[in-house]
Design a protein around this ligand. Structure first.
Ligand SMILES: [Zn+2]
Ligand SMILES: [Zn+2]
Length: 477
């Protein structure tokens, strides 16, 4: 082995990436995890996720060695954490993977419309905490919009033969790393009609008028409210409240508290529908917001890919986070808020508090498929993007090798040798600390197992994987 290390020394290339977020989090995490009255009590899986993030991309925790047979050049690749919360590189990789899957494998070449639904504060809180609420609300959202699409064609065709379809990215965050669960749904902008003989036929939807959007939004709000109160999440008139608080409560809700109109809305003049229009063209009603302004033409696959990446992005991009001195961290917004704010500033401790809250509940699936795209939908296989001709075959994501994925996500081409352009192949996976340290030391790679409290070799006895090639390498490499 020492001979291989010696050879590797002359022939390797890799620098560990620095990461300001890892440094900020790592610096404070061990003590917060132990001693902070709130953070020390979060569930284990949340703590594990932060621990894993602190090891992501760090050579001292293990790596893969890639080797070029042509020029004997080696490259090292550190392990990633694959967590689902806030790790910027892992969420970027996941975004890329899912976006490729949607645009190159699933969504057919027909017009697509994005529907975005966001919620009043008390429902955001329920959704952040309870995956059951998310599923119920999402199902109301998709059912309501789907039946609007179907209603457009039900005069001409039998309703049973019409099928809508959507893919929804559930985003759990807002620009300030705050929790703000909301839905980005990509709907087929029309429906498929099932016919016995031919392939399903796509029927475009007619124009979407504001009045229709308004009806859809009101229906969603009504159904969500009904579901929440039926399932005990909203207590209506549970107790007779104290006199003054009843007046306050009525006043806050624009309602009347005394007299024959008790409980009813205050009377407004003019034509007030309760629906407000915001600058970006969305509609607001009782704290819910619906936006359906983005439509993508059938041929515009580039734009579709960009939109997919946008809705699948993670909460935190490395370049938006900065240490600004005095123990403060600034996070720049993707675009300025309507209030004019451009950044949010946190102390390190507050920053970590926000990151911890972004770790999603276990088993909560953040991309959901409905209608014709539902996993067991009868039409799914028949309508999904057809394979192109044999030479131009679309690659299935499950078959996209990891190297290809890295290339598409980060522009890194780990398969190609930097020196001679030859093909790199993984020849060894190094996981044991003793060996890791030996190799890193001789290569003069500065990488440490810090930030993780007392670190012991978690993997016990040697479990390196070496390809058969490893032993057969010529001794002069
Ligand atoms: Zn080479
Ligand atoms: Zn990671």
């Amino acid at each position: 082995m020492s001979q291989s290390i010696l050879a590797l020394k002359k022939n390797y290339q890799q620098i560990e990436r620095t990461c300001v977020i890892r440094d900020i989090v790592g610096h404070r995490w061990p003590s917060l995890k132990q001693h902070n009255p709130l953070i020390s009590r979060v569930p284990e899986f949340v703590k594990n996720e932060v621990d894993a993030f602190l090891k992501c991309g760090v050579f001292a925790f293990g790596f893969i060695r890639l080797y070029c047979r042509d020029c004997h050049h080696s490259q090292l690749l550190a392990f990633s954490c694959k967590t689902r919360g806030f790790c910027p590189s892992c969420s970027a990789r996941r975004m890329s993977e899912s976006a490729i899957k949607l645009t190159e494998e699933l969504l057919p070449e027909v017009p697509i419309r994005q529907w975005v639904l966001s919620f009043p504060f008390f429902i955001r809180y329920l959704m952040a905490y309870d995956p059951k609420v998310v599923t119920a609300v999402l199902s109301i959202h998709t059912r309501t919009i789907s039946s609007w699409y179907k209603s457009k064609h039900k005069r001409k065709y039998e309703k049973k033969s019409l099928h809508a379809g959507s893919v929804t990215a559930i985003q759990r965050f807002g620009g300030a790393l705050n929790i703000n669960p909301h839905f980005h749904s990509l709907f087929l902008d029309g429906v498929y009609r099932e016919t016995e003989s031919k392939d399903p036929q796509f029927l475009k939807s007619a124009l979407l008028f504001d009045s229709e959007k308004e009806k859809i939004l009101k229906k969603i709000v009504q159904r969500v409210t009904r579901w929440l109160s039926k399932n005990g999440y909203i207590e209506e008139d549970s107790k007779e409240p104290a006199a003054l608080s009843a007046l306050y409560a009525a006043s806050v809700e624009y309602r009347i508290a005394v007299g024959p109109r008790r409980g009813e809305k205050i009377q407004l003049f003019g034509t007030d529908s309760g629906v407000s229009r915001n600058e970006s063209g969305g509609l607001g009603y009782r704290g819910f917001n619906l936006h359906a302004g983005v439509k993508i033409k059938a041929q515009d696959r580039e734009k579709l890919a960009t939109l997919c990446r946008y809705i699948l992005r993670g909460p935190l991009a490395r370049e938006r986070v900065n240490q600004i001195g005095g123990g403060k961290v600034s996070v720049r917004f993707k675009r300025p808020w309507s209030s004019g704010a451009t950044h949010v500033v946190y102390t390190e401790e507050e920053f970590i508090e926000k990151l911890v809250a972004l770790v999603p509940p276990r088993r909560a699936n953040l991309v959901r498929y409905h209608g014709v795209f539902a996993p067991n939908a009868r039409l799914r296989e028949r309508i999904k993007l057809k394979e192109k001709s044999k030479d131009e075959k679309v690659k299935r994501v499950s078959q996209i090798p990891w190297a290809e994925l890295l290339k598409r996500t980060f522009g890194i081409d780990p398969e190609r040798c930097k020196r001679c352009g030859g093909k790199l192949r993984p020849i060894a996976v190094i996981m044991r600390f003793e060996l890791i340290d030996q190799i890193l030391e001789s290569l003069k790679i500065k990488s440490q197992r810090k930030y993780c409290g007392s670190v012991q070799d978690p993997r016990g006895p040697p479990r390196e994987w070496l390809s058969e090639d490893y032993d057969q390498l010529p001794t002069d490499w």
